[in-house]
Design a protein around this ligand. Sequence first.
Ligand SMILES: [Zn+2]
Length: 507
Amino acid sequence: MGLARARSVALLGVDGHTVEVEAHLGGGPAGLTLVGLPDTAVREARDRIRAAVVNSGESWPDDHITVSLSPASLPKRGSGFDLAIAAAVMGASGAVPVGTLHNAVFLAEVGLDGRTRPIAGVLPAVLAGARGGHSTFVVARGNATEARLVPDVEVLAVASLSELFARLRGELVDEPLFDDEEEPTAPRTGPRPDLADVLGQPVARRAVEIAAAGGHNLMLLGPPGTGKSLLAERLPTVLPPLSMAESIEVTAVHSVAGALPKGAPLITEPPFCAPHHTATRAAIVGGGSNRLRPGCVSLAHRGALFVDEAPEFGRGVLDSLRQPLETGEVIVARSAATVCFPARFLLVLAANPCPCGKPGSACTCSSLQRRRYLARLSGPLLDRVDLKVELQPVTRAELLADQAFAEASETVATRVSQARERSARRLSGTPWSTNAEIPGAELRRRFPVSEPALRPLGTAMERGEISARGVDRTLRVAWSLADLAGRSRPGADDTAYAFALWSGRAQ
Ligand SMILES: [Zn+2]
């Protein structure tokens, strides 16, 4: 009769929960009973782990083995429990000393040949284990760099079960049996995208800056070739760099998605995600049958989500953006679990003005066709967009003339950071961190704007050009303009320009 315990971590979205793995030997015919895993996973795990142990040169216990993973109610997906199960079985059989297992958290899959394999989500798993008071983590070599992003923990990276067993026995380990050291992915070559690359669209460049400063969502309307994608891709380059805590948060999401670059996994810059218009709802908000993966809205967390050719997206897909835009997170429900992923991003919508997408006189779309095309974007979604810019094709002369005025991302990013510092001071002690987040009623009550500054909006309201909700949105943008200019509150110029940006008429 032998008993051994090891630990692992189950992930629900980016939240990890410690799982106790207990192996018990004896009391019946030879075999392995696994308790606490979903049925579909049990058979695979049983065969895989047995083969891995035998192929590592160990003898598989001749007794009946019961392995239980608890708490049983916790949904457990994936094969990241393999290493903990193998270690617990070997501990119970006496092949490795039991005491060494007690404090370690095991996070790896094993192959039939006994090799350990990296798993998705190691960073959030180690974070959860560390929060639970654990300090030693055993992972596959390919996960070592990522696991070591968590401060104050000891990470033991093993290439195989043989290496793990040898280490647990306190034997000297020479060269690893398999060489699975991480090869850093090639560093990005070529120049980084820069806002100064987008010539001839000064209003749109300015709108990108304002969007970054105030956290405003942006819509770019224009025929193909006017630079909509170039502008959207450059929005992350003017956003403030991620703090260490934000980097970890963003990296954890990409880790669960299995989308981290090898060797240098920490994401330090605001991410950019641009789904194709054929993307499914699950690809956008997250989902998947076997493993719940974060969708584009979460991969864009603390960065920008670019929805190009927005009217071409399925209506349900676009509507699925409303929840994350509202709450900064997305709830993905599946039969076994409800999972919450962070999803706080800046939205850039882009569209051709008509279905044919041809410029100028080449377009033969009727005005009705044009209206219908843009009407595919629902009101509730557009209600979240504070800035709208219509881009026109640019002549060669205009491109050359603009060259002297196109500022580098670095210059713009400095102004954005200063503007964000101003708004952060004003918003300290409130639940909001950017101007775009302030609810309309609170905006008017807490941050009143002078009578002369309100006048342009009053005139627009009298003419029926703007609704009360539209006024709130332009006021938020006016505050961002004042923050960028270093003014203590918006003046009439700011509200007038904010109105122009809201209505798509800014020049
Ligand atoms: Zn057309």
